[in-house]
Unconditional design. Structure first.
Length: 148
């Protein structure tokens, strides 16, 4: 039996599958510990509502789904994941989505660096592709989150 979320996702299932591949690739690193933590995070992903909203919006209002759409979805998901890792440090949370949080397994110092790494990967993805409009929007969002 299909879940309501899968029914909602159905029109963008192919895009979400390709997004998964691109998102995993965007998190890769040659640093072994960091790569292990990225693997841990990817295997315990959430519902990925933000990328879904990006794809639905692109289908409705834009010229369709392009490489820029995938980059935007990845940037938003990287930023969201970074904020969750940082939030777990601030809240001293031991669990995230029913599993041990990054800070519970690797301690706060590593968790902060992991969150910073995720943020930097998203920002670099935008810079490397001249997505400066998107970078401005996300930078303002991070500023507003930090200000409360």
């Amino acid at each position: 039996m299909s879940s309501p979320l899968n029914d909602i996702k159905a029109p963008i299932a192919a895009e979400m599958e390709l997004f998964e591949q691109k998102f995993r690739a965007s998190m890769q690193t040659h640093v072994l510990l960091l790569d292990k933590i990225m693997s841990y995070i990817v295997k315990r992903k959430g519902k990925q509502m933000r990328p879904m909203f990006v794809f639905f919006t692109a289908k409705l209002f834009a010229e369709g789904i392009t490489e820029a759409t995938y980059r935007g979805a990845a940037l938003i998901e990287l930023l969201h994941t970074a904020t969750l890792v940082h939030d777990d440090v601030v809240d001293d949370a031991s669990y995230r989505r029913g599993f041990f949080s990054v800070n519970a397994l690797w301690k706060n110092k590593i968790a902060v660096l992991v969150g910073d790494y995720l943020l930097s990967k998203g920002l670099l993805l935008s810079i490397d592709n001249n997505d400066f409009g998107l970078l401005r929007i996300v930078s303002n969002a991070v500023k507003e989150m930090s200000e409360g």
